[in-house]
Design a protein around this ligand. Structure first.
Ligand SMILES: Cc1cc2nc3c(=O)[nH]c(=O)nc-3n(C[C@H](O)[C@H](O)[C@H](O)COP(=O)(O)O)c2cc1C
Length: 345
């Protein structure tokens, strides 16, 4: 018997729980078709960015020419999107073609931080055939004068604004940096999110020691990064009325199985697919099926959430756990134990 991989996410019925998340892989229909043929249950297109939409509107109204005349250097701060996706019109046409050409649901992605005209693109994505919209609020709370509540309210307002534009399901991709992730998740759901995508992976700036410059870096993830979303999906499963997608650190069948065990409805993949190519989806699905069969599971539904915080015998393992025991059990090749006269030599 082969385990049934059918999955429900955001009310959509998917043939498998593997969903390639927003990345450059979504730029070409051929690549998306290869992901579908390898068994992806749905795909998320790369984001359409707030800055991109506003950049276009400024162009439309000739404002950029005025800025360029007065402050030529200002234009260099505007992001270059030409290599990612070339504006809202292009994005919507691409989305339409993907919906036409693919059998699996296509999820449109919007990425921004403020309420404005760009939010209307959510409706246009829905009209272009998006099965759902993923809203990525990629916001770094870098202003010490902005309170935690104000930061959360920014998300809530944005979610309400996008929700008001669309009737298709809305997923919110959020970061892990909130004082109370669980409480904030509830606020997002109350504001209209049908699903939560945990977690946004923020690109970290680095320092170039020779040039003494700050260099934004984009490194692909490693499987060790899986542990953070794993914990939070386990904690939130059955405690928020929303679909849960796990993103960050899923590279192998084992990673994907762990995500489902703690309660993810789908596991999303970007880095591993960018590295290995679209057929890697099949490798992961084959590995999952083999494990499910071997361990007597008839379906992923049977497995899903069976190791969430609610369902494991030692739920504290997902919280502070035996943190003290864990740190003291660390074994080092050096003897760092304290004595009355200081660390042992
Ligand atoms: C090159 C690249 C481009 C990405 N573009 C987007 C994007 O447009 N929108 C978005 O929400 N996430 C984007 N992401 C984030 C991924 O969708 C994903 O959430 C993140 O990489 C963590 O998952 P992973 O460990 O499987 O890579 C991008 C990631 C990479 C590596």
């Amino acid at each position: 018997m082969t385990a049934d991989l059918t999955t429900k996410y955001l009310g959509l019925v998917l043939s498998s729980p593997i969903v390639p998340s927003a990345s450059p892989m979504g730029q070409k229909i051929d690549t998306l078709r290869a992901l579908q043929d390898a068994g992806a249950g749905a795909v998320v297109l790369p984001s359409l960015f707030e800055e991109q939409v506003e950049h276009e509107e400024l162009q439309l109204h000739g404002v950029l020419d005025l800025i360029a005349d007065a402050h030529p250097e200002a234009l260099t701060y505007l992001p270059e999107f030409e290599d990612y996706n070339t504006g809202a019109e292009y994005y919507l046409r691409h989305l339409e073609s993907c919906v036409r050409e693919l059998r699996i649901p296509v999820i449109g992605s919007l990425n921004g931080i403020s309420i404005g005209g760009w939010v209307a693109q959510a409706k246009r994505m829905e009209e272009a055939g998006a099965a759902a919209i993923e809203l990525n609020v990629y916001f770094i709370a870098a202003d010490p004068d902005e309170t935690a509540d104000a930061v959360e309210q920014r998300y809530v307002d944005l979610v309400e604004a996008v929700r008001a534009e669309i009737t298709v399901p809305l997923a919110v991709k959020m970061g892990p940096f909130f004082s109370s992730v669980g409480h904030f998740a509830h606020r997002l759901v109350a504001a209209g999110a049908d699903g939560l995508v945990l977690f946004n992976r923020f690109m970290q700036p680095d320092i170039d020691l020779e040039e003494l410059t700050v260099t934004p870096t984009l490194r692909l993830s490693t499987p060790s990064e899986l542990l953070l979303p794993l914990r939070w999906i386990a904690i939130l499963r059955d405690r928020v009325h929303a679909s849960l997608a796990l993103t960050t650190g899923v590279h192998t069948a084992e990673d994907a199985l762990k995500g489902l065990l703690v309660g993810a409805d789908v596991v999303m993949m970007a880095s591993a697919l960018l590295h290995e190519g679209a057929p890697h989806v099949r490798t992961v699905l084959d590995g999952m099926t083999a494990w499910l069969d071997e361990h007597g599971y008839a379906s992923v539904d049977e497995l899903r959430g069976s190791m969430s915080m609610r369902n494991v015998p030692n739920p504290v393992a997902f919280a502070r756990a035996n943190y003290a025991k864990l740190v003291t059990s660390f074994v080092s090749p050096f003897d760092w134990r304290m004595t009355d006269s200081g660390p042992l030599a």
